[in-house]
Design a protein. Structure first.
Length: 256
């Protein structure tokens, strides 16, 4: 069925502006190229050439990307499991960690694709937030490596020299306690933010229930997982949610 909003917009402005300019404007507002072409054909502004081809290309593009996202969801598992065996080998573990994060970014992009296809704004926004957090994680890890090499090591050497010359140990203990308290505060704050964002992420997935199979069940498990993240059941629920999400994307790719 032709999109009425697109149809009305073209009907109103087609006599005043170039058709291609109007097409670019509508697509930049979030509508698909197929919706625009369909409305153009209905209004008789152009023949139906290529409209079906555009629709088919769009469908294939969605399908392919959802399959890639689902595969990356499996790779997250693989890299995480393998990484446990190489925790003592820092270089290998770091590479596996980066690969797991990159795979997670592609995996979460699958949720964005579903939100875009079915016009569900909440899951689009939440998936972008999660992707940005993962990008920041990579950047933060790299900065931490640089920081530890260029600042922490020299600082520890200087500290050792001061201790050797009778530096006040009580001050050192106080500094360590303050640092640990600050770290704990940041950790708790980050955890609370993750819980809120995770619950909203789950709600966004549930909103796909009318369009995507397993969306409701997957979203519920994400909500339970993040809501109970502080206790052990949260991790288990998130594991189940991740598996369901992979299956959900594979199923959605067949219907895209």
């Amino acid at each position: 069925m032709v999109n009425q909003v697109v149809l009305d917009y073209l009907k109103k402005y087609s006599g005043s502006y170039k058709l291609e300019d109007l097409k670019k404007k509508i697509i930049s507002s979030g509508y698909s190229e197929y919706e625009v072409e369909e409305a153009i054909v209905v209004l008789g502004l152009r023949q139906a050439r290529g409209a079906e081809k555009i629709r088919e290309d769009s469908r294939k593009s969605y399908s392919t990307w959802l399959k890639i996202a689902a595969i990356c969801g499996i790779l997250v598992f693989a890299f995480s499991i393998i990484g446990n065996f190489f925790q003592g080998v820092k270089s290998v573990f770091s590479v596996l960690l980066v690969l797991a994060v990159i795979s997670s970014i592609v995996f979460y992009s699958g949720f964005f694709i579903l939100g875009k296809k079915y016009k569900k704004g909440m899951i689009k926004v939440m998936s972008i937030i999660f992707i940005l957090m993962l990008v920041l994680m990579i950047v933060g890890s790299l900065l931490l490596i640089i920081f530890s090499k260029q600042i922490v090591v020299p600082a520890m050497g200087s500290l050792s020299g001061k201790l050797g010359t009778g530096f006040d140990v009580a001050n050192i203990v106080n500094l360590v306690i303050e640092a640990l308290a600050s770290y704990l505060l940041i950790l708790i704050s980050f955890l609370l933010v993750m819980i809120v964002l995770g619950i909203l992420f789950g709600v966004g997935i549930v909103k796909l229930k009318e369009n995507v199979k397993l969306a409701k069940l997957t979203g519920i498990f994400y909500i339970i997982g993040y809501a109970s993240l502080i206790i052990g059941i949260g991790a288990l629920a998130l594991l189940v949610a991740h598996i369901l999400a992979i299956v959900m994307m594979f199923k959605a790719s067949k219907l895209a």
